[in-house]
Design a protein around this ligand. Structure first.
Ligand code: CMC
Length: 436
């Protein structure tokens, strides 16, 4: 019997099973067993076999991946082995996107070519301006983003061939290039402002800020600190292994849908307030609290359940601190030097201080996450609250697409199709309507 195995005794039958334990990178990272190995555990031949019940997939490895590593207890986040702080300090967003997609940091020639290719594909087909006009004036920009990205797939029907490396690379690049343009147009539609085409002389983040905020006839000027901060925020959001939206990306993609539809699906998952919509919810919460002295009362409301959850707090994997939140908190001070202080920061700092000393939050290991401070920074930069999840989506696009690409190359790829523990009726006799 191998030492790297489990011996399971089924006390219902007395049968003993041996299940091998696998190590992705022995002996460092979490070991796993094949879930299918427990299906052999049955009480009789016609028994279906044992399933593992795991709501929210909290302890299920849905894929093998070489992209992002998180150690939630130690607060570690790495893309392709590089620490997030090193990447945020030294790289551009497009450099990090290249790393996520290709596994290695680009050299100068590779970077110049990648940057140039992305810049040449930032334009959107003119029809999209008409499509955006079809949305109501108060449509949430995340809904517009989802609609436009989904529709883009109809312009590129060849993108369905996700098994072809060249086709894949072309459409990945297109999505990364166009998503800031779509995001900016969604915002401008909601404000009734004219659209500005991308100006490819500028960097990725600068170009996006310009498309968002430029006024007709006025030259657009922006402090480099703001451009750099936005870029760092994109880097911090670029990937986060098998989170809710990435799992959706892989699920939709596993049916061999095109990457535009898969990204649209992932973005819908990101939209929710327990995921990428949390940054928007944090700002609404801080505004509702209104002043520093009302924080203790609000915390009591959270603990009693009356005020819902403390938005921007807690994480499925980080149980000590979220390294992204630490970097973002530092960025906030840089931004405020340019924009002036944001009054909501005082409330956020008080909320963090009180929550981190409170038994309710300590015992549940609830710490500020990436969304706690990002919204305050976005607001100070001039972004309206409903654009916050859209900003998250721009950064995360590189991660979604890297994960999709990895899945398309994976020999283990199967359509996602979980099982269920059925709790409903056994066969019932049909009752005609007049007898019900
Ligand atoms: N405020 C108050 N209580 C909380 C919070 C919170 N933010 N988060 C979790 N809890 C409590 C929860 O009520 C539960 O308590 P009990 O054991 O008494 O029932 C316990 O902590 C465990 O919660 P859980 O729902 O099992 O935790 P989870 O791992 O399923 O949820 C989470 C993770 C991020 C969805 C959750 O912490 C949350 O809803 N946070 C607020 C929303 C938020 O900030 N989301 C952004 C996440 S970071 C960006 C991203 O990657 O999307």
């Amino acid at each position: 019997m191998s030492k790297d195995s489990l011996t399971i005794t089924d006390n219902r039958t007395g049968e003993i099973y041996e299940v091998p334990i696998h190590y992705p990178t022995y002996p460092k990272y979490a070991a796993y067993i094949d879930a299918a190995a427990i299906r052999q555990i049955k009480v009789s031949d016609d028994d279906f076999g044992l399933l593992a019940y795991d709501p929210g997939y909290g302890n299920t490895a849905s894929c093998k991946s070489k992209i992002t590593f998180i150690d939630g207890d130690k607060g570690i986040l790495r893309y392709r082995g590089y620490d997030i702080t090193d990447l945020a300090t030294n790289c551009t967003y497009l450099e990090v996107a290249y790393l996520l997609l290709n596994g290695e940091l680009p050299n100068e020639v590779q970077m110049a070519e990648w940057r140039e290719t992305v810049r040449m594909h930032t334009l959107l087909h003119e029809n999209f301006k008409d499509m955006l006009r079809g949305f109501r004036y108060d449509a949430h920009p995340m809904g517009m983003l989802v609609g436009v990205i989904g529709a883009l797939g109809t312009f590129y029907p060849d993108s369905k061939d996700g098994f072809d490396p060249e086709t894949r690379a072309r459409h990945i690049m297109r999505i990364i290039a166009k998503i800031p343009t779509i995001a900016a147009y969604s915002y401008r539609h909601s404000r009734g402002l004219p659209y500005f085409d991308p100006d490819n002389r500028f960097s990725y983040s600068h170009n996006f800020l310009r498309m968002m905020f430029k006024h007709p006839g006025v030259e657009y000027r922006i402090d480099p600190i703001i451009v750099r901060t936005l870029m760092v925020l994109f880097i911090l959001h670029a990937d986060h292994e098998q989170n809710c939206s990435t799992s959706v990306m892989r699920s939709v993609g596993s049916s061999l849908s095109d990457p535009y539809s898969s990204v649209a699906g992932a973005a819908t998952a990101l939209y929710g307030i327990r995921h990428g919509g949390a940054n928007e919810a944090v700002l609404r919460m801080l505004a509702e609290i209104g002043s520093k002295d009302r924080v203790p009362e609000f915390i009591e409301g959270v603990k009693s359940g009356e005020k819902g959850r403390l938005m921007g707090f807690g994480h499925r994997v980080y149980k000590n601190f979220d390294p992204r939140a630490t970097i973002i908190k530092g960025l906030a001070h840089e931004v405020f030097k340019v924009t002036g202080a944001n009054p909501l920061l005082e409330i956020a700092l008080e909320l963090e201080k009180i929550a981190l000393e409170d038994e309710y939050f300590i015992s549940r290991k609830l710490y500020p996450n990436v969304d706690f401070y990002s919204g305050i920074i976005y607001q100070s930069m001039g972004f309206p609250t409903d654009m916050f999840p859209v900003l998250f989506a721009i950064g995360r696009a590189a991660g979604w697409l890297s994960q999709w690409q990895e899945m398309m190359q994976d020999p283990d790829l199967r359509i996602v199709r979980p099982r269920q523990a059925y709790l409903g009726h056994d066969l019932r006799e049909f009752v005609p309507m007049n007898e019900r």
